[in-house]
Design a protein around this ligand. Structure first.
Ligand code: C2E
Ligand code: CA
Ligand code: CA
Ligand code: CA
Length: 281
């Protein structure tokens, strides 16, 4: 039994070694990706459920990896967030989103979206330069207040509410809308919510996916919607994939939706077509 154990642990070590090397190589690649211009932004429309018009686009970061192909954020952002890479990469995304919005305003002045929604990770949110960086981006591209919404997750709200509130107030002062992402999946204290300058809740796709299938999800969605309505917040459902979910959400009074039913995240050339199509509605 002893030799057997030895054998399997050698195999185990080798597998682990491979994993560590892979991970290191991945991190090295990620470190070089900014300089090599390998990041691209994809855009997913957020639809007004009453009118079918596009209210805005959420900006989703993709990485065109030299050998692995196009990677979605779930495939690399956790590595960025665990290292010192999230802040520079996130700043690139905000900057590029601002550049793109300014370009769309020139190309399609009547139909360009009123704003773009960018995601901020915990590390980005707690970057002392965050607000100045966003202010610089808006100014460089001469974007009016109201051009950006920022999506933060509930985990950010777990810290000292005064500290969180101070940063949110400064973002608000720049005209940013403030959205709580993945709402319902975290552990944010509900009593903090009314005290913070929040504009919208995004209902997590895991709950939306349960509509019509799982009574508990349906109950949760209704509860979140009711709470949001009582706080006068805008409500955005993510991951809307079926017409049934769309109708249920509209029936419960949800204002906006986003998901494959309407449009998947698309590169900027395709987003402009979506903009033009919706302008014609
Ligand atoms: P999120 O903010 O919750 O974004 C929604 C995710 O749902 C996106 O995954 C989107 O592609 C996906 N999605 C959209 N419609 C549907 C649908 O109908 N069904 C399903 N099943 N999924 C749908 P994605 O693109 O993989 O992004 C993952 C996460 O990465 C995002 O989650 C966001 O937290 C983060 N992220 C993306 N871009 C950035 C960025 O530029 N900066 C930061 N800090 N985070 C980002
Ligand atoms: Ca988001
Ligand atoms: Ca989500
Ligand atoms: Ca998320």
């Amino acid at each position: 039994a002893k030799t057997h154990d030895k054998g399997s642990s050698a195999i185990f070590d080798e597998a682990m070694h491979t994993r560590v090397v892979d991970r290191l190589r991945f991190e090295t690649d990620l470190r070089a990706a900014l300089e090599r211009h390998e990041f691209e932004l994809y855009y997913q429309p957020i639809i007004d459920l009453r009118t079918g018009r596009t209210r805005s686009f959420e900006v989703l970061l993709h990485w065109r990896h030299p050998s692995r192909g196009l990677l979605t954020p779930d495939q690399f952002l956790s590595v960025a967030e665990e290292t010192d890479l999230m802040r520079p990469i996130g700043l690139w995304a905000v900057e590029e989103a601002c550049r793109q919005l300014a370009a769309w305003r020139l190309e399609a002045p009547d139909s360009s979206p009123s704003h773009l929604a960018v995601n901020l990770s915990d590390r980005e949110f707690w970057n002392p330069d965050l607000v100045d960086n966003i202010a610089d981006c808006l100014q460089t591209h001469r974007l009016a207040p109201g051009s950006l919404a920022v999506e933060i997750t509930e985990s950010v709200l777990l810290r000292d509410p005064d500290e969180v509130g101070a940063i949110l107030d400064r973002l608000r002062a720049l005209g940013c809308e403030l959205h709580i992402d993945d709402f319902g999946t975290g552990f944010s204290s509900l009593e903090a919510l009314p005290k913070l300058p929040i504009d919208a809740l995004k209902i997590d796709k895991s709950f939306v996916g349960g509509l019509g299938r799982d009574p508990r999800s349906e109950q949760l969605v209704k509860t979140i919607l009711r709470m949001g309505q009582s706080l006068d917040l805008k409500l955005i459902a993510e991951g809307v994939e079926t017409e049934e979910q769309h109708q249920a959400l509209a029936g419960f009074g949800c204002h906006y939706g986003q998901g494959y039913l309407f449009c998947e995240p698309v590169p900027p050339e395709a987003a402009i077509t979506v903009i033009r199509r919706h302008a014609a509605l």
